[in-house]
Design a binder for this molecule. Structure first.
Ligand code: IVH
Length: 690
């Protein structure tokens, strides 16, 4: 029918027909490799759709094919808070470790029967999340730090493999998977860019990342990205009960799923899957870097639950590292945040599995001795995933006759202070402490890093420059930068000259504004991040969180630490003697106390907030487990309690709220009785959980 003669009702019906027809054609073309519309027919439909939309703009559908193109260019990405964090996976590198993983799953679940695992190629791309509301694609996000990602709705929309509408789906459904660039498209892009004198990408993954995170979605569209769906985030009604079943739904909704995914029921099958995938790896049109094994049954997944950043029910089995031969030009010794001296080899740059490698870590003094690695040696370098390249061994037949063993420095190469090795320690440390510039710089880098204050705009190079130019010497200086940038705006009479950062090479007004905005935003910080930012030896993100959860507020923590209450730390399940000692030592240092006092004037440290609703009877309570439990394993019980906001302690004290006792409970039960603490049977504990 001629478009001009369409009435509103007919136009709406026609737009619906075209959207459906084109979606069907997209699936046939992109998923099934069986196009049934010619390019001309496809373009014809697209044009007709656009013309009708021009006449009836009010009828433009959310799933209109015209929405795949033409979104405006943005100045920055909006943030998207993931309702369910996007986690990563623990890596294993051998079939023995896979067996250990399977055993740990069985132990956790207290079962001897075989467990079915969905085995999937691990796609080497970028994870995405696509949110559908009432069957319509409404938001796309990157993984970001797992908690907060970037809004890439318009970019994802340009990927033709992503269905814009899905039928018979839960009202709210987040589909997650991997965006990648096929090897074919990667080579084509690099060839094109080379002829145009534009950027050459090191590997398909970088190309995919550079293409997806584009403020102009038109660029994304021209780059030809692909995707595989493999998991979900928020869902209003989970209508599948296994990973296999989930894939059936994905297939029906029109998502591309990897054709090599297989359900395996024994270690043997898993091993075969892995070996087979390794042999076909190079023939695939996309990069994979291993296999992911997921417990197939969702109820079992739920029982297994999560560690801080990774699920207990899945693991990534990485392919062996790729290797190459090259020469060591120099061995440098770097000084870390805690004074540890780490040797690094400068290499003749070499391509290892598609990535240029110019440096490799040598770990420590003993490692160099053990492998007898010398300057001038020809060595085998290896790279595994994102891990820092390593040196596997020396090709002695190529060693120059003049070579001498490497002698490890006994003084700090940065500040000249003695570098000593404590008994039983593998690392040698600089004793320069707070006066060593290298340590100060590394501490600053740590302070602004993503899991700490998360300040954008203070990259490694800038921190180094600012430190050397005495612009930033300690964390407090970061927060006075803005004031020092143009002091005379405040201080009209004493015209002190300001930093005028915007005049620096490569800087401008905008970058300075962005930096100050990021600094100001970071002034409100959750307790766990603040603790982590301090850079106390051995205290990583997980420990910081434990401390935050157990002490609740900074003031509680600080008071107890200054009073050297080691037992308060040791009472926390997960903190041992050596860590507790490092924490107390940190607070003994005057300099640290001074910096903390100044920081407290500037930043707001938010008390630990329970994510879980306070309605949980366990929220905020301290629990001790003792004896052998019947239906739950100890780790399962502990994980359940933690996830409901409880603290789990190792021993009974007057702060304990409940003691859960299993068979043969021992002295803890007696202590509880003496202190008048509530004692629960396993059954009673289970009832509280439900
Ligand atoms: S599942 C909670 N399945 O690997 C588990 N991840 O190291 C969520 N990846 O961030 C991930 N292929 O980007 C899963 N078949 C697959 C995958 C896969 C690639 C990536 C993903 C994730 C990373 C974890």
């Amino acid at each position: 029918m001629d478009i001009k003669n369409l009435n509103k009702e007919q136009a709406a019906a026609e737009l619906k027909r075209i959207a459906e027809e084109m979606a069907k054609s997209d699936i046939a073309y992109y998923q099934n490799d069986s196009p049934y519309l010619t390019d001309a027919q496809y373009d014809e439909l697209k044009k007709r759709n656009e013309e009708i939309e021009k006449l009836f703009p009010e009828l433009i559908r959310p799933d209109s094919p015209s929405k795949r193109v033409g979104a405006p260019i943005k100045s920055e990405f909006k943030k998207v808070v993931h309702r369910f964090p996007m986690l990563s996976l623990a890596d294993v590198f051998s079939i023995e470790e896979v067996k250990d993983f399977i055993d740990s799953v069985k132990r956790f679940l207290k079962t001897d029967s075989e467990i079915a695992f969905m085995c999937e190629p691990k796609i080497d791309g970028l994870s995405f999340s696509a949110r559908y509301e009432n069957g319509i694609f409404v938001q796309g996000a990157t993984r970001g730090d797992g908690q907060v990602g970037e809004d890439i709705t318009e970019n994802l929309r340009t990927i033709r493999q992503l269905p814009l509408t899905i039928k018979n789906a839960p009202n709210i459904l987040e589909i997650r998977g991997e965006v990648y660039m096929s090897k074919e498209d990667f080579f084509a892009l690099n060839n094109l860019n080379q002829s145009l004198g534009k950027k050459i990408f090191a590997n398909p993954r970088n190309a995919a990342a550079g293409s997806l995170r584009q403020l102009d979605p038109e660029i994304t569209r021209n780059r030809h990205l692909s995707l595989f769906a493999y998991t979900w985030g928020e869902v209003s009604d989970r209508i599948w009960d296994s990973q296999a079943d989930f894939f059936n739904h994905l297939r029906n909704w029109g998502f591309p799923i990897n054709p090599n995914n297989r359900l395996c029921r024994s270690v043997n099958e898993i091993e075969q899957f892995y070996t087979n995938l390794m042999t076909i790896r190079s023939s695939l049109n996309y990069d994979i870097d291993g296999v992911v094994y997921k417990v197939n049954d969702i109820l079992l997944q739920q029982r297994l639950g999560f560690l801080t950043r990774t699920p207990r029910w899945a693991v990534a089995h990485k392919f062996p590292a790729e290797q190459a031969l090259t020469k060591i030009q120099n061995i440098r010794v770097q000084v870390g945040r805690t004074g540890a001296l780490t040797p690094v080899a400068d290499l003749e740059p070499i391509n290892v599995g598609g990535v240029m490698v110019a440096h490799a870590t040598l770990h420590n003094e003993d490692e160099i001795k053990r492998k007898d690695i010398r300057i001038g040696d020809t060595v085998i370098v290896q790279r595994a995933g994102d891990v820092i390249p390593q040196i596997v061994g020396v090709k002695l037949e190529y060693r120059p006759t003049s070579s001498v063993p490497f002698s490890f420095p006994t003084t700090c190469p940065e500040c000249g202070a003695h570098a000593i090795r404590e008994q039983d320690e593998a690392v040698r440390r600089c004793t320069g402490g707070l006066t060593c510039p290298a340590q100060a710089i590394e501490r600053l880098k740590h302070f602004v890093s993503r899991d700490a204050f998360n300040i954008d705009g203070l990259g490694d190079k800038i921190i180094e420059d600012f430190y050397n130019e005495k612009i930033i010497q300690n964390p407090v200086d970061i927060f006075t930068l803005e004031q020092r940038n143009h002091p005379h705006e405040i201080d009209l009479f004493n015209k002190t000259s300001g930093l005028e950062l915007e005049k620096r090479n490569g800087w401008g007004k905008k970058s300075v504004e962005n930096l100050f905005a990021s600094i100001n935003k970071s002034k409100k910080i959750p307790l766990a991040r603040f603790i982590y930012a301090l850079g106390i030896r051995q205290v990583g993100t997980a420990t910081s969180r434990l401390i935050a959860q157990n002490f609740g507020s900074w003031q509680h923590f600080e008071n107890d630490m200054i009073a050297a209450q080691t037992d308060k730390l040791l009472a926390i399940d997960g903190i041992g003697e050596s860590m507790a000692c490092d924490i107390i030592e940190f607070f003994k240092e005057d300099h640290n106390r001074r910096i903390i006092n100044q920081l407290k004037q500037i930043v707001t440290i938010e008390d630990f907030a329970e994510k879980i609703s306070n309605s949980s009877p366990l929220s905020g309570k301290t629990i001790v487990f003792t004896g052998t439990l019947e239906t739950l394993t100890r780790s399962e019980a502990k994980a359940k309690a933690l996830s409901l906001g409880a603290k789990v302690a190792g021993s009974v004290s007057k702060n304990t709220d409940f003691v859960v006792i299993g068979a043969d409970p021992g002295t803890k039960a007696k202590n509880a009785a003496q202190l008048g603490i509530a004692v629960l049977t396993e059954q009673q504990f289970l009832e509280m959980l439900s």
